[in-house]
Design a protein around this ligand. Sequence first.
Ligand code: ZN
Length: 169
Amino acid sequence: MSNQDVFKYCPRCSKTARLADSRKIDCPNCGFKLYLNTAAAVAAMIFDADGRLMFIRRNHDPQKGLLDLPGGFVDFNEDGETALRREVFEELGINLETVEYYRSIPNVYNYAGVLYHTLDIFFTCRAKNQPSVKPNDEIMEIVYKFPKDVSEDEIAFDSMKKLIPNFPL
Ligand SMILES: [Zn+2]
């Protein structure tokens, strides 16, 4: 199902208002406009002392069972580094020691029938207290692997498939 099949009515006047393109509701009845903009997301590439990358195995859909990086969506009025530290603490209970911007890659994320376009912002990080990681229930297990040993079909999202097996880009 595409977003054109999901967003069919104007949120203001309830008349038919199909998506004018993949990202804009433009109501011909009342003139209401709504943009479905790219959402910012952050992901942490946390390396251990040997250079292995920390993955989380997803415990929920989308992409349950596949490898993901810790992270999530940036809140309103939040900068990327703060979002990353917040998400990593919520998911793993650890504080990041260093956070350095690495690169950004666009992605699409299907959730509950809606296709969200994101800009995934990747940071390379180190954490002081890695051994005491306490994952929450979004995470099946923690896995450490060298990036070159990970294949694309083990990885949850397209942006990470581009990045991880070829790291450092
Ligand atoms: Zn309308």
